[in-house]
Design a protein. Structure first.
Length: 579
């Protein structure tokens, strides 16, 4: 054997020993860490599978060994794998990549580490392809990303809702946010979503420039078969409905909750509705989601989005987010509608209160004019009694006294007749004075309220000595004005009359004083209390002079209260503003 041949044998022996050692180490390594371990040459030929029992291979190991990657995987994926292998061979550095496969156990994600190994097959470099299943971590990442997407976008919607000042502002900003969140071509609100309504409109709409709005904003559209059927379907579902144009869809995504199209699908509930399919084509709608919004007040709305540029596969997270947005819009819309109604009710109530206040003021003014007219008539009658009848009766009395004095003993009959006439006229004059005092006490105009009330009490106690009346007058009561003076006098006069006629009382307490509410505001407080039999407070408007008392006080803009204590007696409290 030649020297060259001996050297070749030694080299081959060392190579086989190295390969055997490397292969043993690799097999031991792959049994511990990787889920998939492949030996692949630079052409993408699968030389060996070190864990042939793995359920994470695209096919059984005995079928894959000896095949090119392009014979096993789709072209675009095989191209990617070969490109990774070439980089590992060219650079000698470890290459890392991620890929997904539909394997017998299901859809899986893998992280592959590709490295050049010191072995050649048929003078071609060989790499070791070690891949592990990262499906669980990938799903966890996706769930975290979806959760972050869900809550971040809900926060955007919440901010748009909280910043809204009215219904239009609310719906407009929500539509704008939906357009950006879902990256759709249209977001819109329809009102009313009511199959029985004669018309409907799209009052709020947000669109991208390439796909302008379906309708002019706030334009009323007549009810037709398309709108009626669409509203019925949306209202019949509590979940978002996904409408798909099957003419541009190659396969139906598992995220769809419902399908409305011409075709049929065994995986989904399909609603036959050719008219709507024509509408989808007319406005270039390839996919649409719609849901009913049912505020607690008013007719329902419809929230919808259109995808026109391409067929859209909606994920479960997107459907969930769309449903939650609709729920929040529903609550906010209810609040705005209720608040608007409340505002309208407040305006109506204020108008009613203003009208009632005006009527009250008019009634008070009318009542005051009636009392003023009544007082003026009383003043006129009292003057007539005093000036006409009083003077005439005084003259008769004087002549009767003169006749009485002239016939001392000579004519006893004439003298007696003159005495009777004189005494009778004197009694009539006194009665007229009492009537004048009742009608209109002259001292009220001449001497003021205090003196007049004191005189009223003095005359009452003269006529009713069994009745004890105490009166307490303090404060500045000299400049109350004619209306207040006569009002307070009449209330006290009527109260005393009621006590004498009905109360069977032995004691009356009267207190009148001034209250300084502020530097420019004054009030007069009147309190009258007796120890009589009392009254039922429900009889306040049922006579006994109480109605007149209350009307007099209210006519001045004041307040009056009647109460009856358990121990008996009536308490009257009146408050009259002076200024």
């Amino acid at each position: 054997m030649s020297t060259n041949e001996v050297n070749s044998v030694h080299s081959l022996t060392r190579g086989l020993e190295t390969l055997t050692t490397s292969e043993a180490q690799l097999r031991a390594f792959t049994q511990v860490l990787p889920d998939v371990a492949l030996v692949i040459d630079e052409d993408g030929l699968v030389i060996d599978i070190l864990n042939p029992d793995s359920q994470l291979l695209y096919m059984e190991a005995k079928q894959a060994i000896g095949l090119l990657l392009h014979q096993i995987f789709p072209k675009h994926q095989a191209d990617d794998f070969v490109a990774v292998i070439h980089r590992a061979i060219k650079t000698g550095d470890l290459q890392v990549c991620e890929y997904s496969l539909e394997v017998p156990v299901g859809f899986c994600w893998f992280e592959a580490r590709v490295a050049l190994i010191p072995v050649e097959t048929d003078n071609k470099p060989v790499v070791m392809w070690l891949a592990r299943d990262i499906t669980a971590s990938k799903k966890a990442e996706e769930e975290i990303a979806e959760s972050q997407y869900y809550f971040e976008n809900l926060d955007r919607i919440s901010k748009a809702i909280t910043q809204a000042t009215d219904i239009e502002d609310l719906l407009f900003h929500v539509a704008q946010e939906i357009l950006e969140i879902f990256q759709v071509d249209r977001a819109f609100f329809i009102h009313p979503c009511d199959p029985s309504a004669p018309t409907w409109s799209v009052p709020i709409e947000a669109t991208v420039p390439e796909y302008p709005g379906m309708f002019a904003l706030k334009t009323e559209l007549p009810r037709d078969e398309t709108s009626v059927r669409g509203f019925e379907l949306v209202l019949d579902s509590d979940e978002p409905l996904v409408f798909v144009n099957t003419t541009v869809m190659q396969e139906i995504d598992s995220g769809a909750l419902d399908l409305m199209a011409d075709g049929q699908s065994s995986d989904y509930h399909v609603v036959e509705f050719e008219v709507l399919s024509e509408a989808l084509l007319q406005f270039d709608i390839k996919s649409m989601i719609a849901i009913a919004i049912r505020p607690k007040v008013g007719k329902p709305w419809q929230l919808g989005v259109h995808q026109c540029a391409y067929f859209r596969r909606w994920s479960d997270t997107e459907i969930k987010l769309f449903r939650e947005i609709a729920g929040r819009v529903t609550d906010s819309l209810t609040n705005f509608v209720l608040f608007r109604q409340l505002e309208e009710d407040i305006v109506k109530r204020k108008r009613s209160e203003q009208c009632a206040q005006e009527l009250l003021e008019q009634n008070r003014a009318l009542t005051q004019r009636l009392f003023n007219t009544q007082e003026e008539e009383r003043r006129h009658i009292s003057r007539e009694l005093h000036d006409e009848f009083g003077q005439l009766l005084t003259a008769i009395n004087i002549h009767a006294q003169f006749i009485y004095r002239q016939h001392d003993t000579t004519n006893a009959k004439a003298r007696e007749s003159a005495r009777i006439v004189a005494e009778g006229t004197a009694e009539i004059i006194q009665n007229i004075h009492n009537m004048i005092s009742q009608l209109r006490p002259s001292s009220l105009d001449d001497l003021g309220l205090k003196v007049t009330l004191q005189e009223l009490i003095r005359q009452t106690q003269q006529q009713h000595p069994e009745l004890n009346i105490e009166i307490d007058l303090h404060g500045n009561l000299d400049d109350l004005g004619e209306n207040i003076n006569i009002t307070l006098y009449r209330v006290v006069q009527e109260a005393i009359t009621n006590v004498i006629k009905h109360a069977k009382a032995r004691y009356i307490s009267i207190e009148l004083f001034e209250i300084l509410d502020s530097e420019v505001s004054r009030s007069a407080q009147l309190t009258i209390q007796d120890d009589g039999v009392g009254i039922d407070v429900n009889e306040v408007t049922q006579g006994m002079g109480l109605t007149g008392m209350r009307e007099r006080i209210l006519a001045t803009g004041g307040e009056i209260y009647f109460d009856s204590s358990e121990s008996g007696g009536v308490l009257i409290n009146a408050l009259i503003p002076i200024d």
